[in-house]
Design a protein around this ligand. Structure first.
Ligand SMILES: CC(=O)SCCNC(=O)CCNC(=O)[C@H](O)C(C)(C)COP(=O)(O)OP(=O)(O)OC[C@H]1O[C@@H](n2cnc3c(N)ncnc32)[C@H](O)[C@@H]1OP(=O)(O)O
Ligand SMILES: CC(C)C(=O)C(=O)O
Length: 515
């Protein structure tokens, strides 16, 4: 039996630091539940001292999750640590993660502290955290640019103070795999009490090396990897969980460790995170991109038909894809629909939820020849997110003709009252958004608008993402339909519904209520 590699997911903390990826408490809990089902070992749920909203989110995750350890981040300050401990009180298994920067540039220019002061503050922080839990992680921030001698001194001291996990972050994505691997080996070898802690790694992707650096560290003894779903994270992101996990699983000839993850849940997690944050997954993204297991050219197809391993190093099913083409169409019934969704790891909590998704499926099958797994994922996500919306799209008709100003005739149901309006715009989507605003009057600003084709062909579903801003509050919305104008209207309304639902947002005072 090989060693266990601990998977520490930080989608809800470092992932959320990605500009525009801010999540509500409810969204964090939904993602945490999916991560628990994926069987990640540790979920870093947030930075409790950052805001009352993040405190509440970490608390909600801690109170919900039973099978994964829930972790909260804290600077090396008493108030941060006390706050994290308070937020984590309800957790079955809790970890406090405290950090302080150790690179010369951070210590001198940011913290204005000497190395000795940093060392003493780190020790004090770990001791404080140990008063609350015996599961304490310490990170020397910017370790990738820190002096190795100082790293050895501070790590030895924090282990003596009670740190049980030592995380080595490449905070700015500066290191190279070979050197980073050697750093991990050297630290483990030189620090006399290194065997009393688990060594971990946390890499950023500024040079596109986050996964490579993480794997180099694992090859040199790291037994925890910090990563995020879809590689979400500050700036260029963190190491992608799906890539790290599948590399270790696929190359068991090289790695002397394994993870306990249920990898078949990877795709579901990826879709959920993409849907909630509004960050689409690029088609050629490893493991979870739409093309990751698609074969397009004749020679490849010929090889795969003769022997799958000619061009496949993993099976699509291992990460939640269904390798075979969908055979669902407009003549399929509810049971086939339910069965197919079960196979791609989607289950419904109620018969009503299934019926709503089935009705959409039938409407889509009338418009589209083939329904792929991607279409089903988009359709179901759309169903799940639209269940509790205050504003619903009832009807939309757009006129777009060369030489004429495009116009949109729109009917919305707002809090059970139907209203209609006509509006003009510079294009059909613009006219639609103007019509929505004429009825809702949210006074929000459109920051981002993007369209993604879910599958190939002119009858593919368009997946639209929008980002709206109002008085500092930013929300993302998604919508999918074979008609991209309707998908756009759905996405805009999805964002407005989030904005207009005044439930426990990070800045509740800024939520616009009037409809
Ligand atoms: C590498 C990483 O990803 S670390 C995590 C980064 N994530 C975040 O910063 C998101 C959450 N952050 C926040 O909400 C805010 O920055 C807060 C609540 C933590 C602090 O807010 P403020 O008190 O207004 O401070 P501000 O953010 O302006 O500056 C950070 C302060 O913390 C200090 N600091 C930074 N890191 C640490 C640390 N690990 N331990 C102790 N102090 C630290 C800085 O030196 C600075 O102190 P100063 O005000 O005396 O100059
Ligand atoms: C808090 C630490 C681990 C971090 O996020 C980083 O250094 O990137």
């Amino acid at each position: 039996m090989t060693d266990k590699l601990i998977i520490f997911d930080t989608t809800l903390r470092d992932g959320e630091q990605s500009p525009g990826a801010s999540m509500t408490k409810e969204e964090k809990v939904r993602i945490a539940k999916a991560l628990e089902k994926l069987r990640v070992d540790v979920i870093e749920a947030g930075f409790p001292v950052a805001s009352p909203g993040d405190f509440a989110a970490v608390q909600a995750v801690a109170n919900t999750i039973k099978d994964s350890t829930v972790c909260g981040l804290a600077r090396a300050l008493d108030k941060d640590i006390d706050c994290a401990a308070e937020a984590l009180k309800g957790a079955v298994s809790a970890r406090i993660h405290t950090f302080i920067a150790t690179s010369p540039v951070h210590m001198e220019m940011k913290l204005h502290m000497s190395p000795q002061q940093v060392l003493e503050q780190a020790v004090q922080a770990v001791k404080r955290a140990r008063q609350y839990t015996d599961n304490v992680e310490f990170s020397p921030e910017d370790a990738g640019r820190s002096e190795t001698d100082f790293l050895c001194r501070i790590i030895e001291a924090v282990i003596n103070a009670g740190a049980t996990t030592i995380n080595i972050p490449d905070t700015v994505g500066y290191t190279l795999p070979d050197r980073f691997g050697k750093l991990m080996a050297e630290l483990r070898e030189r620090i006399p009490n290194s065997d009393r802690a688990i060594f971990s790694v946390h890499c950023h992707n500024d040079l596109g090396l986050a996964v490579a650096n993480s794997l180099a560290a694992v090859m040199n003894g790291a037994r925890q990897v910090e990563c995020t779903i879809n590689g979400l994270g500050e700036r260029a992101g963190n190491a992608a969980l799906e890539e790290v996990v599948m590399a270790v699983r696929t190359r068991q000839d090289v790695f002397t460790c394994h993870t306990d993850l249920d990898t078949t849940q990877i795709l579901t997690c990826s879709r959920l995170v993409s849907n909630i944050t509004g960050f689409p997954v690029q088609p050629n993204k490893a493991i979870v991109g739409a093309n990751a297991f698609a074969h397009e050219s004749g020679i490849h197809q010929d090889g795969v038909i003769k022997h799958r391993q000619t061009y496949e190093i993993m099976r699509a099913e291992e990460v939640g894809w269904h390798a075979n083409r969908m055979v669902l169409g407009k003549h399929s019934g509810r049971n086939a629909f339910r069965e197919r969704l079960k196979q791609i790891n989607i289950e419904f909590e109620s018969e009503e939820a299934l019926n709503a998704a089935f009705a959409r499926f039938k409407a889509l099958a009338d418009k589209k020849h083939e329904i792929y797994d991607d279409d089903l994922q988009a359709l179901v996500t759309d169903t799940l997110t639209s269940e509790h919306e205050r504003i619903k799209l009832v009807a939309l008709k757009v006129c777009s003709e060369m030489g004429e100003t495009p116009c949109a005739n729109l009917t919305l149901n707002m809090d059970s009252v139907e209203n209609s309006v006509a509006a003009q715009g510079s294009g059909p989507v613009d006219a639609t958004f103007k019509a929505i605003e004429a009825l809702v009057n949210s006074e929000s600003r459109l920051l981002v608008y993007s369209v993604n084709s879910v599958t190939g062909g002119t009858d593919a579903q368009g997946e639209v993402s929008v980002r709206l801003e109002k008085e500092g509050q930013i929300v993302n919305g998604q919508g999918a339909d074979t008609d991209i104008v309707i998908a756009s209207a759905k996405a805009y309304l999805n964002a407005l519904n989030k904005m207009l639902t005044p439930v426990d947002r990070k800045h509740p005072q800024k939520v616009a209520a009037p409809v």
